[in-house]
Design a protein around this ligand. Sequence first.
Ligand SMILES: Cc1cc2nc3c(=O)[nH]c(=O)nc-3n(C[C@H](O)[C@H](O)[C@H](O)COP(=O)(O)OP(=O)(O)OC[C@H]3O[C@@H](n4cnc5c(N)ncnc54)[C@H](O)[C@@H]3O)c2cc1C
Length: 295
Amino acid sequence: MKNMITLILVFFGLVTALKEINESFLMPESVNKALQLKKLYRDSALVVSGGTASVQLVTKMLISPAAIISLENLPLNYVKKKGNMIEIGATTTAAEILESDGVPNCLLEAAKGIHGLALKQNATIGGNIFTPAPGGDMATALLSLDAQLIMSSSRGRRIVPLTKFYKGPLTYNIRSDELLIAIRIGKPPKHSMFMKQSIYKYGGQTLASVSVALDSVDKVKRVGVAVGGLTPHPYRASRVEKMLLGQKISEELIETTAQNVAEEASDTGLVSREYLRHLAGVLYKRILTRLTSSR
Ligand SMILES: Cc1cc2nc3c(=O)[nH]c(=O)nc-3n(C[C@H](O)[C@H](O)[C@H](O)COP(=O)(O)OP(=O)(O)OC[C@H]3O[C@@H](n4cnc5c(N)ncnc54)[C@H](O)[C@@H]3O)c2cc1C
């Protein structure tokens, strides 16, 4: 009799738990519905896009959200040309980016470098922007391109330049009722290139990455140099950009500016800070050397 009661209690406990999970695993079919849910749950819900980074937080029990809002069914996977601009929906995967026309070279290279086919097919550009090092390769490329983020809430839309998005480790310029809806890139620069060094020869998490976007190698008027992997989120190497502006890129200039690429570096626990700085300098030199060799 006692066993029977225990079995019944366990059964009802399981049913209640499963019901709770179902009720809090939300898959809105429209952006408006997703925004209503975000407004309701705010930061107590976990937003899941491709799930390659976020789901681990739940399975490893690092967080226990009140609800999961999956963006999977939203019509946000697209790459559209809008005049001179390109707009990429937040749930567009690395694989979809690779199949799209008009995407700047550095972003294509960052998407290509995402480890393995399964990851490429699931990792979204929106999720990548939020994922700290050793993730965030596409974010590094986007940062060099002066990308803008379109945030949306039930109150309306807001544009946030990616340069103003990272406020500290895992701290972002996004409000609790907002979702990242799309990313906009202005007129693609003539030259752009992304390179990374992974843990393994054939891929894997990124140790360091550099992305450079330039209008000309003969007289630089517009330049973006972004560095990933050295800090929790990518940063713009602003000192290097200032040194390049107005200049013709020469071997000597590449050598001098390379010393300033690793302005910042924090210990990632994977390799030493000095090695990370060294890697960033090497990647930067390789990119500029390749870009200038096509003069
Ligand atoms: C084995 C392995 C290898 C990896 N290799 C690489 C690599 O080579 N390069 C690389 O860059 N990354 C790598 N990653 C990290 C990660 O997979 C990618 O950064 C990926 O792009 C994250 O995207 P996602 O769609 O899966 O994000 P999710 O896991 O769904 O979300 C990540 C975060 O973003 C938030 N979020 C997502 N979309 C939105 C939105 N629209 N609005 C508001 N918040 C949102 C989520 O709440 C969550 O906090 C790797 C991960 C693993 C597990």
